[in-house]
Design a binder for this molecule. Structure first.
Ligand SMILES: [Ca+2]
Ligand SMILES: [Ca+2]
Length: 121
């Protein structure tokens, strides 16, 4: 089983180089997946390339200990520090079109050479 997980992890890592295929694969197969070193939109916790109320829900579920298939903790943590309910509230304010001074919805470029993924059993 460990070898299978390692192979899947390797495939997902390589898939990141080709785009969002890894995220799609993780969703289709209910594999818990964190993007740890890839470009992302600030606030896009559920990795669908949009910042919506679904990201607020994803953060709330993550904080409640749900086993989400896809979650980007970097994208979710919009105000720094720890991931907490204030991140969800800030995204809610952004979705409601309140003033945003955190850059929510902005594309965050992490780097082009270092792609890394982590598969959580
Ligand atoms: Ca999203
Ligand atoms: Ca935070």
């Amino acid at each position: 089983m460990r070898i299978v997980k390692s192979i899947v992890c390797l495939i997902l890592s390589l898939s990141l180089l080709a785009g969002g295929a890894a995220v799609a694969y993780a969703r289709e197969n209910s594999i818990r997946y964190f993007i740890t070193n890839n470009d992302y939109y600030l606030g896009d916790a559920d990795c669908d390339e949009n910042v919506t109320v679904s990201d607020v829900t994803a953060i709330q579920q993550e904080l409640a200990g749900f086993d989400l298939p896809v979650f980007n903790d970097r994208a979710a943590n919009v105000d720094g520090g720890d991931l907490d309910i204030s991140d969800a509230l800030n995204i809610q304010r952004y979705v409601a079109r309140f003033d945003d001074q955190l850059g929510i919805g902005s594309l965050i470029k992490v780097g082009s050479d270092e792609y890394e993924s982590e598969l959580i059993p």
